[in-house]
Design a protein around this ligand. Structure first.
Ligand code: RB5
Length: 149
């Protein structure tokens, strides 16, 4: 299951990604927002990130104007590795190397077609593990206050 959400700045690309999820019969939960009325992006970032953190969703996708605000908010939730992505290379690498579990995109940065492309890459790329596991574990240690680097 994919958790997805947005603010008013990202609703058009979120709706495009939802179209992709529907076409591909990928189960999702849309946490809103549902209109272009101005809203506060941390509310939606928190809901999507919490669903991923609790294991209710495997991965999350959150869209705002830039992708930055939602990534900052999502990364405050335990267990979340949220990445702002605006090109294909980073969409792939943040899964392969960082094991990112939340994709953040900006509706004022990329268009609908690009958002769908990046979401499809993100959802279809696996974490490589190996030497990258140790580094991801270090991120977790920072989060837990046990990092001694
Ligand atoms: C809303 O105007 C805008 O600040 C928000 O969508 C996002 O870009 C924040 O990072």
């Amino acid at each position: 299951m994919i958790a997805i959400g947005c603010d008013h700045g990202g609703i058009h690309i979120k709706n495009a990604v939802i179209g992709y999820l529907k076409e591909n019969h990928i189960e999702y939960h849309d946490f809103g927002c549902y209109t272009e009325e101005s809203v506060d992006y941390p509310v939606y970032a928190y809901q999507v990130a919490s669903a991923v953190s609790k294991g209710e969703a495997e991965l999350g996708i959150i869209c705002c104007g830039t992708g930055i605000g939602v990534s900052m908010a999502a990364n405050k939730v335990k267990g979340i590795r949220a990445a702002v992505v605006c090109d294909e290379f980073c969409a792939e690498m943040t899964r392969r190397h960082n094991n990112a579990n939340v994709l953040c995109m900006g509706g004022r940065v990329i268009d609908e077609e690009k958002a769908v492309k990046l979401a499809s890459i993100f959802l279809n790329t696996e974490f490589e593990g190996g030497r990258h596991q140790k580094r991801v574990d270090m991120i977790t240690a920072i989060e837990n206050g046990s990092f001694e680097g």
